[in-house]
Design a protein around this ligand. Structure first.
Ligand code: ARG
Ligand code: ZN
Length: 862
């Protein structure tokens, strides 16, 4: 069945309190749920109570203490006739957590028990109105064998605990804040904590704990410090204070996503908790900090104010992603973080918006909500709110968010509520801006200009492409920060903000000098594709001189995209390569840049991004992407830069090598070293093998070690096997690092990558039951254009085989592998046919999950 946003109706009953008693066991857990229910005066009355279930059966049902049997099952749901105004309903269920391979609901992981309830996992534990607009106050009693589960955790505060005298013990938890069922969490296991108090701005002492297995304790300091920094930042930046005396985070190794913001008891993928310099890269440290912040910020944007229904998901996710991005910008530097975030948007969201799975940030319908935890809802959702902030300015935006938190605290709200609060609080008119919530597709903005006397007339026009179910689009509100520089004077102009609201519009600005060059969408104020026909010289000028660091990055990317798309299309790109080598040389020589920024500027656009740029390009706009040609052109350019700038790159490497790990410049140094190796591998593989092996052997940290091994993995050199074997032996038993070992082989540029991935799937450490391990091998492979897009279709077949095998075990994770195959319409015909055939083969399988069925059918129809 398809669920439609328009069909929302409030639930006929309220559930003011929920009491849960868990008798815990890995193979058998018994749950007694006691719900106080009363009529909802704001809903259409009903004489039935529908409680959602999924794969569970009721052992008994009582109403007001009397056993009843006039209930019935309607599919997975339990429907109970209910006449009066208020009742107590008690239901007993029994489940087997060890058999829960979907990792939704209550499941076993490494001998412990934990939960994941968002979006619809609670109904796999007990029958309940499992929808985010039913808020209830929970009291939970858990009991179980003490030796197996010495630690018993739940949401809120611990109210009481004790021994039963038979080897079992119990704990009672009470969460004073009413919450929807998707925020429920429970953990039982043999865990230890890294603890550290935090005192809030108004003086509340909060006990913070990071719970892990004993052997992981030494790698939890960064997570705890990140939590404390997030708590302080949210007080200072958004005026949000924590509201319980306890904040627990538990790391589990089997987890479908990154982490979960359950009230007072976050459950995290170990990947986003554990980090130390020997086992985690700089990027891993950043990801831990970002996800810890994200889940913490949800306490206000998600928990205190939740979503009315799942169509509103971006209300909490888009806003919370923006909040974690702003936090990381403040912690680590604005420009570099912005570039990283835009890179992610372009790699993950732009392709989604251009393909069969395109949907607005507030979707109109779905079959399986798990399929809508997407880059569009999360990352484009964040960009949309960021645009409001850019238009309002920081101060007025804060007035808007203050009003939102004040007005809707304790409610299940909608995206519309958020927009209205920003309008009222910040004093904006967002009438037309709301189209960002309903229209899918990445807008394209064309820029042209003419000089008129001492002014410039800039014509901006926009076009929003058709997407599945949305043929016609209206013009959007597109705020663009821009400046007009003078190339002749080498001067930069003042910054303006042009807000494009019509299909075509003219903006006039004074000129500051002759030979104007427009710098537009500075800081990436709008999530659009800018199409400007800038002379190569102008791009080179911007890459070298723009005063906005993002715009410098952008100019360099554009130079590379123009050249690479032309080269991959068999067009001559006269002088394109030489211009890039020169621009690169300037970046390497620029003493005003720090290495963290230099490292960003040194990264060529990804093949996925080039794929998007090539598809639909050309004179008629009907060109198809050719991944083989893109890959070849990009490797050629890397080789040209590597040999053209060999001396400068070597000098940079030597300088960076002198920087110690803890030096404030250390991160930047490690980043540029990794880039130097990448270029060396393309231009002089023998030298690269030697440099990388040396870096690997001397490394005192994972960033250098992984960077070196990544390059070695792509080379046909003896150093490759030796170092891969060394890495495996060194880290055997450390799951997160062994994941890296799988990933860097699956991502490698090695010509035999398909055979290698096939062999790795047979490795004793590979298991299809652990999502991190599956992703470490196959998501990495699906993101390796050379392997995935192999001409004979072997890569497509491998991913389709995986989907079919994984679907019965973990449908949510299986469905995530469909989108790479879904890009078939934008690709050259031979590969397109192979991809489509694999989608059709999946579609024909029996008993496909709702998750995978939805993604495959959309991919074939869209
Ligand atoms: N709310 C979580 C977060 O973004 C993600 C949970 C997703 N769960 C799922 N089953 N799709 O922090
Ligand atoms: Zn989130």
């Amino acid at each position: 069945p398809v669920i439609h946003r328009e069909d929302y109706r409030p639930f006929p009953w309220r559930v003011p309190t929920t009491d849960l008693a868990f008798e815990l066991g890995i193979e058998k857990t018994r749950i007694t749920a006691t719900l106080a229910v009363e009529r909802n005066p704001d809903a259409e009355p009903s004489d039935r109570l529908r409680l959602n279930g999924d794969g569970i059966t009721a052992q008994s049902v009582t109403v007001d203490g009397e056993a009843v049997n006039d209930w019935e099952m309607d599919g997975p749901d339990l429907v109970l006739p209910l006449a009066g105004d208020a009742h107590t309903v008690e239901i007993v269920t029994e489940i087997d957590p060890s058999a829960n391979t979907q990792l939704m609901g209550l499941y076993a992981s490494n001998g412990m028990l934990c939960t994941q309830c968002e979006a619809e996992g609670f109904r796999r534990i007990t029958f309940f109105p499992d929808r985010p607009d039913v808020l209830s106050t929970y009291r939970v009693r858990m009991s179980g064998p003490k030796e197996q589960f010495p630690i018993l955790l739940c949401n809120g505060n611990r109210a009481a605990e004790g021994e039963n005298g038979d080897g079992t013990h119990w704990a009672e938890w009470h969460d004073p804040w009413p919450k929807p069922s998707y925020l429920f969490a429970l953990v039982a296991g043999d865990l230890v904590a890294n603890s550290g108090d935090f005192t809030t701005v108004s003086g509340r002492r909060v006990e913070c704990n990071i719970w892990v297995r004993r052997e992981d304790l030494a790698r939890t300091d960064h997570a705890l410090e990140s939590l404390h920094r997030s708590m302080r930042w949210d007080e200072e930046t958004f005026g949000r204070e924590y509201d319980l005396d306890l904040y627990n985070i538990v790391a589990v190794s089997d987890f479908n996503m990154g982490a979960m913001e359950n009230k007072g008891l976050n459950v995290f993928n170990t990947k986003y908790v554990l980090a130390d310099k020997d086992t985690a890269t700089d990027g891993d440290f950043d990801a831990v900090e970002g996800v810890i912040a994200h889940e913490y910020f949800h306490n206000w944007s998600g928990n205190r104010i939740t979503c009315r229904d799942w169509f509103q998901l971006s209300l909490k996710e888009g806003f919370t992603v923006l909040r974690d991005q702003l936090f990381s910008q403040d912690m680590r530097g604005e420009a570099v973080k912005r570039i990283e975030d835009v890179r992610i948007l372009r790699a993950a969201q732009f392709p989604e918006d251009a393909g069969p799975l395109a949907h607005p940030i507030r979707p109109d319908s779905y079959r399986e909500i798990s399929n809508f935890y997407t880059a569009t809802v999360y990352n484009k959702g964040a960009e949309v709110i960021r645009m409001m902030r850019s238009m309002a300015g920081e101060e007025r935006f804060r007035k808007g968010t203050d009003l939102y938190f004040e007005r809707h605290d304790g409610e299940a709200a909608t995206c519309e509520d958020f927009v209205r609060a920003i309008e009222d609080g910040a004093g904006l008119d967002l009438t037309q801006f709301r189209l960002w919530y309903s229209q899918a597709g990445t807008p394209r903005v064309r820029v042209s200009h003419e000089v008129a006397g001492d002014g410039i007339r800039i014509t901006l026009s926009q076009q929003v492409p058709a997407t599945p179910g949305q043929a016609k689009k209206q013009p959007m509100v597109i705020p663009l920060r821009l400046a007009v520089h003078s190339k002749a004077n080498e001067t930069t102009g003042t910054e303006h903000i042009a807000v494009l609201t019509e299909a075509e519009q003219v903006f006039e600005y004074p000129l500051t000098g002759p030979d104007p060059v427009i710098s537009i969408n500075r800081g990436f104020t709008a999530p659009v594709i800018v199409e400007r026909e800038l002379a190569r010289d102008d791009l080179v000028f911007l890459a070298a001189h723009d005063d906005d660091p993002f715009a410098r990055y952008e100019a360099l990317q554009e130079l590379a995209v123009d050249h690479l798309v032309a080269a991959a299309s068999g067009e001559t790109s006269e002088g394109g390569e030489a211009a890039l080598v020169e621009a690169f040389r300037a970046i390497l020589a620029d003493g005003t840049l720090d290495d963290a920024m230099r490292g960003e500027l040194m990264m060529l656009p990804s093949e996925t991004y080039l794929f998007e740029a090539m598809a639909g390009s050309g004179a008629t706009g009907t060109r198809k992407a050719d991944p083989g040609a893109i890959h070849a052109a990009r490797e050629r350019l890397k080789a040209a830069i590597g040999s053209g700038c060999a001396e400068e790159l070597d000098a940079l490497y030597d300088r960076a090598e002198e920087v110690a790990f803890d030096d404030p410049a250390g991160r930047g140094a490690r980043k540029v070293k990794a880039q130097v190796l990448v270029y060396a591998a393309a231009s002089d593989p023998a030298k690269a093998a030697e440099m990388a092996a040396r870096q690997y052997d001397r490394a005192d940290n994972m960033t250098d070690r992984q960077g070196a091994l990544m390059v070695l993995a792509g080379l046909e050199a003896p150093e490759r096997e030796e170092r891969l074997a060394d890495f495996y032996d060194r880290y055997r038993g450390n799951d997160l690092v062994i994941d890296k070992w799988f990933t860097l082989q699956a991502l490698s540029l090695h010509p035999q990558v398909i055979a290698q991935v096939e062999a790795l799937a047979q490795h004793r450490d590979f298991t299809i039951r652990n999502p991190n391990r599956v992703r470490s091998l196959y998501m990495a492979f699906a993101g390796n254009p050379q392997g995935f897009h192999a001409q004979d279709g072997a890569g497509y077949r491998m991913i389709a085989d995986l989907i079919l095998k994984l679907d019965p075990i973990n449908p949510q994770t299986a469905a995530r592998f469909v989108s790479p195959l879904g890009r078939w319409r934008r690709i050259e015909p031979k590969r397109a046919a192979l991809m489509k055939a694999e989608l059709e083969r999946i579609a024909e399988a029996d008993n496909l999950s709702r998750d995978t069925y939805e993604q495959v059918s959309r991919s074939l129809d869209g």
